[in-house]
Design a protein around this ligand. Structure first.
Ligand SMILES: NC(=O)C1=CN([C@@H]2O[C@H](COP(=O)(O)OP(=O)(O)OC[C@H]3O[C@@H](n4cnc5c(N)ncnc54)[C@H](O)[C@@H]3O)[C@@H](O)[C@H]2O)C=CC1
Ligand SMILES: O=C(CO)COP(=O)(O)O
Length: 348
């Protein structure tokens, strides 16, 4: 099967290798002629995956029409906030029967749309031909063939099965799932929770704090997902708990690392400059919070991250603000308990 991967960053390049390991002939599409030449001729992408040799079945081009010609599976791994702009010119080159796969973990800021929704709109493909791949999938480990599982979600079981077959390799095991909303929200919101964990660790807090944020973060993700029609069991699975554990534990996570820098007192601009690659949670925290407000769901950790990143809540007051909320029962359903306002006012 021929496949295309749009985006030559760390995940796009790694997923191209996964597809090739599974037997696909893969063309990466990117904007840098130098990166594409190195993938084609040296089987390397040193900027994003230093020291990794790519399979011979992976080639690369800056020509979108050439990349998409004959591609039955088209996977997209560009920054979520730029996806609409990047993909619009490629629409005319998509094969009529192509299945489009979102590898992205974000929510569009201008529209609060999930990335599968953005793909449907901008590429003109129906939901039945769109899939989402999400799970504990740190690119570098997968590029090194560490054993990993993931979730392939689509509203159409045949589409999910096709994509799962296209990426199943001896070290990469896909599970199919019909819950696109749940799987996609897990991927986007865990980045926000990873920022919160990083912030806490940067402040010097230990494992109890980390476990508290991961667990209550999962409650937030679940609450939002259920309000938007997701299935409860998705959140305990690979895309939910699985990805939270990987991202919140690993220094390979850009969101986690950026959070640590913020927790140590760096400004957002400096923390971004110190972080290599795309930390989707920075912008998606705002769109996730907007989405939550549209359905009346309480997401205090997400709200605290938004406030800290915007400079309205001093980072050293974040934990106190969260702990000062009224006490409540532990379950997923719950009253709206916003952060105490005086602590969330603009810092002077
Ligand atoms: N890196 C990882 O471990 C994983 C990343 N993801 C998700 O995959 C998505 C992509 O992430 P990464 O590949 O890690 O990001 P990255 O920062 O490594 O690469 C982003 C790529 O997008 C390209 N790009 C940016 N603007 C462009 C434009 N205007 N035209 C063409 N290309 C453009 C960059 O050149 C770069 O090749 C994100 O949503 C991320 O959350 C999901 C799972 C794992
Ligand atoms: O999504 C990821 C792992 O599943 C990668 O996390 P980061 O985007 O924070 O690096």
């Amino acid at each position: 099967m021929r496949a295309a991967v749009l985006g030559t960053g760390s995940w796009g390049t790694t997923f191209a290798a996964v597809l090739a390991d599974a037997g696909c002939d893969v063309t990466l599409w990117g904007r840098s002629e130098e990166v594409c030449r190195a993938v084609r001729e040296e089987h390397r992408n040193e900027a994003y995956l230093p020291g990794v040799e790519l399979p011979a079945r992976v080639t690369a081009t800056t020509d979108g029409a050439a990349a998409l010609r004959g591609a039955r599976v088209v996977a997209v791994a560009v920054p979520a906030q730029s996806a609409r702009m990047i993909l619009a010119p490629l629409r005319e080159h998509l094969e009529p029967d192509a299945v489009v796969v979102s590898l992205m973990k974000g929510v569009e800021l201008s529209s609060d749309r999930r990335m599968s929704e953005v793909l449907q709109e901008v590429l003109g493909v129906p939901a039945a031909r769109v899939a989402v791949v999400s799970g504990p999938n740190l690119a570098r480990e997968i590029a090194e063939r560490h054993p990993t599982a993931t979730v392939v979600a689509s509203s159409d079981p045949d589409t999910a099965r096709l994509v799962a077959a296209a990426c199943a390799s001896p070290s990469f095991r896909p599970y199919t799932n019909a819950d696109v909303v749940g799987v996609e929200l897990c991927g986007a919101v865990k980045n926000v929770i990873a920022l919160a964990v990083g912030i806490a660790q940067g402040q010097g807090y230990g494992h109890n704090t980390t476990a508290t944020i991961i667990t209550r973060g999962l409650v937030e993700i679940t609450r939002l997902g259920l309000a938007l029609g997701a299935e409860a069991e998705t959140f305990a699975g690979l895309a939910g708990m699985g990805d939270l554990v990987a991202t919140c534990a690993s220094p390979l996570s850009r969101n986690h690392s950026l959070g640590v820098q913020i927790g140590r007192g760096l400004t957002l601009d400096r923390a971004l400059a110190a972080t290599r690659g795309t930390a989707e949670g920075v912008k998606s925290s705002t769109s996730v919070l907007e989405l939550a407000r549209t359905v009346g769901v309480d997401m205090p950790i997400t709200e605290a991250v938004v406030e800290v990143l915007a400079g309205r809540l001093p980072v050293e007051e974040m934990a106190a603000a969260l702990l000062a909320r009224p006490h409540r029962a532990e379950g997923v359903e719950g009253a709206h308990e916003p952060l105490p306002r005086p602590l969330a006012e603009p810092a002077v």
